[in-house]
Design a protein around this ligand. Structure first.
Ligand code: ZN
Length: 351
């Protein structure tokens, strides 16, 4: 009898502790900064008629975290291709897997039927989880580290639909050229290491180990003779000097968790990315809470993970002192990332 009472008390205490932990976690995950309210800070979508007026020009669609679709109407390439965004509960306590219904919805909404390549920045789940599923649906080549290819193998992609990154060999897709540049993850990146065998979902988030991190320099040469260069720098880290000698007028710049870093880090990060490539426009990416669905308005990461306002204050100071534009992308809106940048944006630059 006393054993039963003791067990009941223990069970009661355990349940109460779990409830308190869950409640605390809920509060921590719900406290977050607001996004900028100034509409002028957001990118203007291009009109549907634009494709007829400017055939073959580069367009970009931000799709949360560091997923961006680039297209010229003939060829589409996608960075990461992460849409499932499993809830915090799944990530912390369970297993994650691609949500095929969500992926289908997002691809349809973004107007992506087919793609030439899915380029994966690194193998953490918030970049690589859905990449094989998106490659399979769109007929694209999955491009990434050996660890990313092991996620592809776990999904069932054949080797002829996957391409291992060779940093010395730029990739060509239609009028796009992509240079994968070895970079570094943001500080204190978790789940380091390699995925050394095929990883089959569902799997724990920590099984999606980081492996190599890439910064992607995308060059598009339009039929009309315009050359556009965009850098997609997904993770807010840097390998000193790794972008030396490269140029891009536009950078999609990962900013989490820059708000939690030191002033020195923010200065170094800016110098090693935006200043080095001489970017004139910055689209902040990887600021959204990726445990919330893309079907709802994006929200900044909770304070427990990052402080978006600190980063935005930093970017605002750089905008004022250096004249670099800071433009927030909106999900699912197709934009001309170079609009209004003027003629030098189209000038060919020798790498
Ligand atoms: Zn990561």
């Amino acid at each position: 009898m006393s054993f039963k009472v003791g067990a009941l008390v223990t069970a009661g205490v355990t349940a109460a502790t779990a409830a308190v932990t869950a409640a605390t976690l809920k509060i921590l995950l719900s406290r977050r900064p607001a996004l900028p309210s100034d509409p002028q800070m957001y990118a203007e979508p291009v009109a549907d008629s634009d494709a007829d007026d400017n055939p073959g020009e580069l367009r970009a669609t931000f799709l949360g975290v560091s997923t961006i679709a680039f297209t010229d109407g003939e060829t589409t390439i996608v960075t990461d291709g992460f849409f499932s965004r499993p809830s915090a509960q799944h990530v912390l306590a369970g297993r994650v897997s691609p949500n095929h219904a969500v992926i289908d919805d997002c691809l349809r909404k973004a107007g992506i039927d087919e793609a030439a390549a899915i380029l994966v920045a690194h193998s953490h789940y918030d970049h690589a989880l859905d990449a094989p599923a998106v490659a399979w649906r769109t007929g694209a080549m999955l491009v990434g580290s050996e660890s990313t290819l092991n996620i592809g193998r776990g999904y069932g992609l054949s080797d002829d639909q996957m391409q291992l990154v060779d940093v010395s060999e730029p990739l060509k897709f239609g009028r796009f050229t992509v240079e994968m540049i070895l970079s570094e993850h943001s500080p204190h990146g978790k789940f380091k290491g390699l995925i050394e065998s095929p990883l089959r979902a569902p799997a724990r988030a920590k099984e999606y180990k980081m492996a190599e991190c890439y910064s992607m320099l995308i060059t598009h040469a339009s039929a009309a003779g315009r050359t556009r260069r965009v850098l997609v720098h997904a993770s807010a880290g840097f390998k000193p000097g790794c972008l030396e000698g490269r140029r891009a007028d536009v950078v999609f710049l990962g900013i989490a968790p820059v708000g939690k870093q030191s002033d020195q880090f923010r200065d170094d990060y800016w110098r090693e990315t935006v200043q080095t490539i001489k970017a004139r426009r910055v689209f902040p990416i990887h600021w959204d809470d990726f445990t919330l669905p893309l079907s709802e308005p994006l929200q900044a990461m909770p304070y427990v993970a990052d402080d978006f306002t600190v980063t935005m204050d930093f970017l605002e100071k750089r905008r004022v002192t250096e004249g670099v534009e800071i433009v927030m992308p909106k999900p699912f809106e197709r934009i001309d990332p170079f609009t209004g940048l003027g003629s030098t944006a189209s000038a060919p630059v020798t790498l």
